[in-house]
Ligand binder design. Structure first.
Ligand code: CMC
Length: 436
């Protein structure tokens, strides 16, 4: 192609200044070019060809997806096209789960059937309790959960048949149903309390609260405001497109590992303080600050890069995280019942000061989903070790929706990135006694 040529529409013309050659590559839906189209760019015929270099996948679309849409610049989050604000206000966690997993909102009979199936899959094999018994008394609940979920794969060996849609759906139901049971068992173990088994008459979140907190009474009636608040938190955490843990789920799943093993890996990714462990880190940070008067010194420390303001910043959101706005409102409703969490004043003041500081404004750092969620969890009576678990329960739905989409996508193969090798080559081995 000549230099004057404008190229055809919806293509990108790349000129390799090493050779003077030009290449025209298609621009696909979503303003993307296929990385494989770069491979034709070579200096010599026997070159490997050009690749793109993108540590941390900052500008790489790893998949096409129709599950969750985020517009980070404008603070928009939609599940299957429905704005998160509407779902949080008008739907329930299991209805949203159905939406994420199936693509559309259920009819009443579809919802009833799904709720029934999830409700009747909540028990876990008794040997799982023996497994949990093997942990040290102070084991972190997330570590216990990761092990327990991974162990479930040995109880359901048929889950390996990931290409069978019916089989997949059974495992999906099991995982959505059993996560609260495992979480509650881990919590009771931690507290030295006897296990409370699932109750089928209760809602998803009421059953969870019952398994966690029932002590010494035959019937446990959760406060409806708190039950609903937990359901809303579950809706808000259900999916968030190609984040670190969803990508882990897809990568492990791409080798056709069973969904329990893949999900254990996704949970491990979530556990880190830069991802789902941030809610725990926020609470520890607020405790450490301890008083509103200590905030200016803390902010100075953040600006001097001595530490991070946990619960702030996001790879995708460059404005207010819409989930944080809903959580802030939910927190007020919860505190009407439980009494105000004294750490809220520190959090509100931190946010106020941070949003006025150039350091945060210039970097588009706003509160994310984890900034206020921990305050609610604490008011509900959860210890901080349970916070990432409370993220993992609803996110299980998102991981499974992403996994299912990946398995059904004909374009996907085993995930296998490339590297730019920077180490030494062709060295000659010298025995240890001759190395000097
Ligand atoms: N406190 C102070 N500075 C920050 C923070 C923060 N929380 N987050 C980002 N920055 C700064 C960072 O130092 C960098 O500055 P510079 O360009 O001068 O070097 C700039 O902002 C860009 O940050 P980054 O680390 O390159 O951004 P990233 O997209 O790689 O990281 C993040 C995103 C969420 C890991 C990061 O913002 C962070 O560590 N936040 C605190 C942990 C947190 O709250 N995580 C929960 C995320 S939301 C829930 C979830 O999806 O898991």
């Amino acid at each position: 192609m000549s230099e004057e040529s404008a190229g055809t529409p919806d293509t990108l013309t790349i000129r390799d200044n090493r050779t003077g050659k030009e290449y025209e590559v298609p621009i696909l839906e979503g303003d993307v070019v296929r990385a494989m189209d770069l491979r034709q760019i070579k200096v010599n015929d026997d070159d490997f060809g050009m690749m793109s270099y993108d540590p941390a996948f900052s500008n790489t679309a790893f998949t096409r997806s129709n599950v969750t849409f985020i517009d980070g610049g404008n603070g928009i989050l939609e599940y299957r096209g429905y704005p998160i604000e509407q779902l949080a206000e008008r739907s329930s966690f299991l209805e949203v789960s159905y939406l994420l997993l199936k693509g559309d909102l259920p009819s009443q009979s579809e919802l009833d059937a799904f709720v029934h199936d999830v409700t009747y899959h909540t028990y876990v094999h008794e040997n799982i309790t023996d497994l949990l018994d093997a942990f040290r008394y102070d084991a972190h609940a997330m570590g216990m959960m990761i092990s327990a979920v991974s162990a479930l794969s040995t109880f359901y060996p048929e889950a390996k048949d990931v290409q069978d849609p019916h089989n997949r759906w059974i495992q999906i139901n099991r995982l959505v149903a059993k996560m609260p049971t495992l979480a509650a068992f881990a919590y009771r173990y931690h507290r030295g309390l006897p296990i409370v088994y699932p109750e089928n008459e209760l809602s998803y979140t009421a059953n969870f609260l019952n398994m966690l907190f029932r002590i010494g009474v035959k019937e446990y009636k959760p406060n409806p405001v708190l039950e609903r608040a937990l359901d809303v938190l579950f809706i808000l955490h259900a999916d968030h497109e190609q984040n670190c843990s969803a990508t882990t789920m897809r990568v492990i799943g791409s080798s056709e590992a069973d969904p329990y093993s893949a999900l254990a890996g996704a949970m491990a990714a979530l556990y880190g303080p830069l991802h789902g462990g941030a809610n725990e880190a926020v609470l520890r940070m607020l405790h450490r600050i301890g008083d509103v008067k200590n905030i200016p010194a803390f902010i100075e420390g953040v600006k001097n890069r001595e530490e991070r303001l946990m619960g702030f910043g996001h790879r995708v959101y460059k404005s207010y995280d819409p989930r944080a706005a809903i959580i802030k409102r939910t927190a007020e409703e919860v505190f009407e019942v439980t009494g105000r969490n004294p750490l809220l004043d520190i959090a509100l003041e931190l946010e106020r000061i941070a949003l006025e500081e150039d350091f945060f404004i210039s970097r588009n750092l706003y509160p994310n989903v984890d900034f206020y969620s921990g305050l609610i969890y604490q008011a509900l009576g959860f210890p901080v070790e349970m916070f990432p678990v409370l993220f993992a329960i609803p996110r299980t739905v998102g991981w499974l929706a992403q996994w299912q989409e990946m398995v059904e996508d004909d374009e996907q193969r085993i995930a296998r990135p490339r590297q730019v090798f920077t180490g030494p080559r062709q060295r000659t081995f010298v025995p240890v006694e001759e190395r000097g």
